[in-house]
Design a protein around this ligand. Sequence first.
Ligand SMILES: Cc1cc2nc3c(=O)[nH]c(=O)nc-3n(C[C@H](O)[C@H](O)[C@H](O)COP(=O)(O)O)c2cc1C
Length: 172
Amino acid sequence: MSVRPTSEEVTFQVDEIIVSKTDLKGRITYANQVFAKVSGYSRAELMTQPHSIIRHPDMPRCVFKLLWDRIQDGHEVFAYVKNMAKSGAYYWVFAHVTPSYDADGTMVGYHSNRRVPDRRVVREVIEPLYGELLKIEASDKGAKEGLVASYAALNNIVKSKASSYDELIFSL
Ligand SMILES: Cc1cc2nc3c(=O)[nH]c(=O)nc-3n(C[C@H](O)[C@H](O)[C@H](O)COP(=O)(O)O)c2cc1C
């Protein structure tokens, strides 16, 4: 997908929930109508695509590493995410991602619900934080070292402010 980001913002209503489900690799297996409306992709277009189809280049990679580390370990995770619509416009969400299990207790995929985020938190805390993390990832070192450094920086920020990532997110 060669969608170029624009400065346009797409918004949605506080009573709307963007829902998706994925397989264990993050390929979309379900998308609700709100997801289609906000992202600008049809539900058919979203189906079977990797969830990174709506990845915004302003998102630091370490946030997704943290997300994947948590859910693959069987934990839930909450995160502020900037996404990119088919038009290149952006939309911020407050996401809750959980693992899904079959009747035998085997992990079979993931599920995410997203709501409108607190705009003050996005503007005052998340945008500056993600900007810093992106800078670390883009620094002189290779992509791998950049990710190791930004992931360490994110974990240090969490440790300096709260006892866990979720506690930090809910204290904002
Ligand atoms: C249930 C679920 C929901 C996800 N939702 C998003 C999302 O809304 N936006 C996003 O950029 N990545 C989302 N991801 C993470 C993507 O799978 C991917 O890790 C991320 O877009 C980074 O892409 P990359 O690993 O190709 O760099 C989600 C993953 C899962 C399992």
